[in-house]
Design a protein around this ligand. Structure first.
Ligand code: MG
Length: 400
């Protein structure tokens, strides 16, 4: 199918005949450690959508094995998709993908990562059937258009490091990442693995690229050791301190933001556009990390993008250790005009010994990743033989 270059009005109808749901287990290239624990492999749900006209598209559910980052897990998402979400969309016709979120939200509370896996898949299928890239389909729907209404052709990538075994090893990895061209380094921290590590990273980088830290909710203002660590971190000139406090908190973060000059970035607390409005009103933070899976998909992501643009709040696209399929969705989202900071858009080889897409994602020497604007839908071709080998369970939802 060729890529449409005209701008004629064009109605595309999506009608899902069936969804193939499967779980794969994919080994990580390196162990990844955060304040919540360490992982060596990733259990991942993949969805393959079959439209009534024969079109196909893949999506990825970003839920993890345990509910340590979000309430959703691989197993709750399997249940929610198969029992409640797939039956709502299978057999239904949608002439615009931004109607899918409302159809799901009307009948399902929570289960955002499960809803997102389906909703985002339908966006990609809509783009594929419309003969445009997913990035173009998303850019068409933002209220905050780029000057020429064209998506960016490149997005900036940062890299995230889990907690390393020593500050020296972290320093080495930071130097190497700066040499590779990454535009920003973000390091996971936890009480006891924070100030020394940040000092080592900061010294190693010598201000070559911005340094950020992510506390993943491991700190409390009720703990004097935590408070003094956060005060010490404030002296490094970091680009942001991400979500140091409670996973659904806005008030305590506002208290902390009043006491430190480093911008706080919220991740876990932002579960929808209403939370961004509350964050702005309370002055809880000055930056937003947007992960589409966490907020229920692309319609919410677009609303958050537009709200941040209207309030001039810096925004970036976070990652959830996605495969090359999930990466395609994040790259497309990050092509929107108000993603002002580098995202977690590392190349495939950073996390996976072998990615499940035929052309692994790569990063140019200037730290940018190309947006596949010349390809329809997600723009990735899935290595289906490898996915079959890695599959540990599968379920067909809808008619064959
Ligand atoms: Mg985070």
């Amino acid at each position: 199918m060729g890529v449409r270059t005209d701008r004629q009005p064009h109605v595309t109808m999506i009608r899902i005949e069936r969804i193939e749901l499967r779980e794969i287990i994919l080994p990580l290239a390196d162990r990844f450690s955060t304040s919540a624990g360490a992982v060596d492999e990733r259990r991942i749900l993949l969805l393959e959508f079959h439209d009534a006209d024969g079109s196909r598209e893949w999506s990825e559910c970003v839920a993890e094995t345990l509910p340590t980052y979000a309430p959703d897990t691989v197993d709750t998402c399997w249940l929610a998709i198969s029992k409640w979400i797939a039956p709502i969309v299978i057999g239904e016709s949608f002439d615009s993908p931004d109607l899918v979120d409302a159809a799901l939200a009307k009948r399902i509370r929570g289960h955002r990562m499960a809803r997102a896996a389906v909703e985002m898949g339908l966006w990609a299928l809509f783009a594929r059937k419309s003969g445009v890239s997913l990035a173009a389909a998303l850019n068409d729907k933002t209220r905050s258009p780029a000057p020429d209404r064209k998506p960016r052709s490149k997005v900036e990538s940062g890299v995230a490091f889990g907690i390393q075994s020593s500050p020296e090893l972290l320093a080495d990895r930071c130097r190497a990442a700066a040499d590779e061209g990454y535009r920003r380094i973000r390091i996971k921290i936890a009480p006891g693995a924070d100030v020394m590590y940040v000092r080592a990273a900061n010294d190693a980088l010598e201000s070559r690229i911005p340094l950020a830290v992510d506390g993943n909710c491991a700190y409390s203002l009720d703990n004097a050791h935590h408070v003094s660590a956060l005060e010490a971190l404030d002296s490094f000139g970091l680009s942001m301190i991400e979500q140091p406090l409670g996973h659904d908190d806005l008030m305590q973060h506002a208290t902390l933001q009043r006491c430190i000059s480093t911008p706080i970035c919220l991740d876990e607390s932002i579960t929808g556009v209403e939370r961004v409005a509350e964050m702005i009103a309370l002055e809880s933070a000055r930056i937003v990390n947007l992960k589409p899976g966490r907020v229920g998909g692309f319609r919410q992501s677009l609303a958050i993008h537009d709200a941040c643009a209207e309030s001039s709040l810096p925004l970036w696209c976070g990652g959830m250790l996605e495969t090359g399929i999930g990466r395609a969705y994040n790259v497309a989202l990050a092509s929107l005009p108000h993603f002002t900071l580098p995202g977690d858009l590392s190349p495939s080889a950073r996390y996976w010994a072998q990615d499940i897409v035929k052309q692994p994602w790569t990063m140019d020497a200037d730290g940018t990743v190309e947006v596949p604007l010349d390809r329809n839908g997600t723009g990735v071709e899935v290595n289906e033989e490898l996915v079959d080998e890695l599959t540990v369970r599968r379920l067909t939802l809808g008619q064959r």
